[in-house]
Design a protein. Structure first.
Lengths: 115, 112
């Protein structure tokens, strides 16, 4: 049973470019959340997708957008990259509506470096 | 403001000793989860404790939850070098959906 998988593992982009990160949730999970983790900091919530819709959003600009596909996998897109977008991007999968009784499992992350 | 805060921020102990980390949060929760992270890699899920539970064990891990004080602790017994990592607590929000918010974490270093 595959856990949460993210691709790519590492990525280097130039300021102003656009990037797409991908996530496949754990089997049986239907909800994907994305987090940004700067070096030495805790993960910060970006947004959450369920039923192919963005359900919640953290304090991130519109340059950050996402998508969820019918197979529950998800993409995170970041436009007009800034140096400050350099971070580890983490994807978490969970089961929606389990009454707060479901664990959230994380992938290994994508390390994005903006130069 | 963030939901969870942890202390200490950093902890160094000798191998074989017990390590205790604490987490405090601000609002009512459905559950609290603890994660381990090695050197900026992915988060490994350690344990989930529900709001109606007071203590939970998993191997060398013991987690307690005091909802009246809005706090939790993670105890690692008989620490090993491989336990060196950052540990984060994460909480959800009662009566809301499944977003979880992380505390700032405790950086644990096990000395040989």
């Amino acid at each position: 049973d595959a856990g949460v998988t993210q691709s790519p593992t590492h990525l280097i982009k130039t300021r102003g470019q656009q990037v797409t990160l991908r996530c496949s949730p754990k089997s049986g999970h239907d909800t994907v959340s994305w987090y940004q983790q700067a070096l030495g900091q805790e993960p910060q919530f970006i947004f959450q997708y369920y039923e192919e819709e963005e359900r919640q959003r953290g304090n991130f600009p519109d340059r950050f957008s996402g998508h969820q596909f019918p197979n529950y996998s998800s993409e995170l897109n970041v436009n007009a990259l800034l140096l400050g977008d350099s971070a580890l991007y983490l994807c978490a999968s969970s089961l929606f509506g389990a009454g707060g009784n479901t664990e959230a499992f994380f992938g290994q992350g994508t390390r994005l470096t903006v130069v | 403001s963030q939901q969870g805060e942890e202390d200490p921020q950093a902890l160094s102990i000798q191998e074989g000793e017990n390590a205790t980390m604490n987490c405090s949060y601000k609002t009512s929760i459905n559950n609290l989860q603890w994660y381990r992270q090695n050197s900026g890699r992915g988060l490994v899920h350690l344990i989930l404790i529900r709001s109606n539970e007071r203590e939970k064990h998993s191997g060398r891990l013991r987690v307690t939850l005091d909802t009246s004080k809005k706090s939790s602790s993670l105890l690692i017994t008989a620490s090993r070098a491989a336990d060196t990592a950052s540990y984060f607590c994460a909480t959800d929000f009662m009566n809301r959906d499944d977003k979880i918010i992380f505390g700032k974490g405790t950086r644990l270093h096990i000395l040989p």
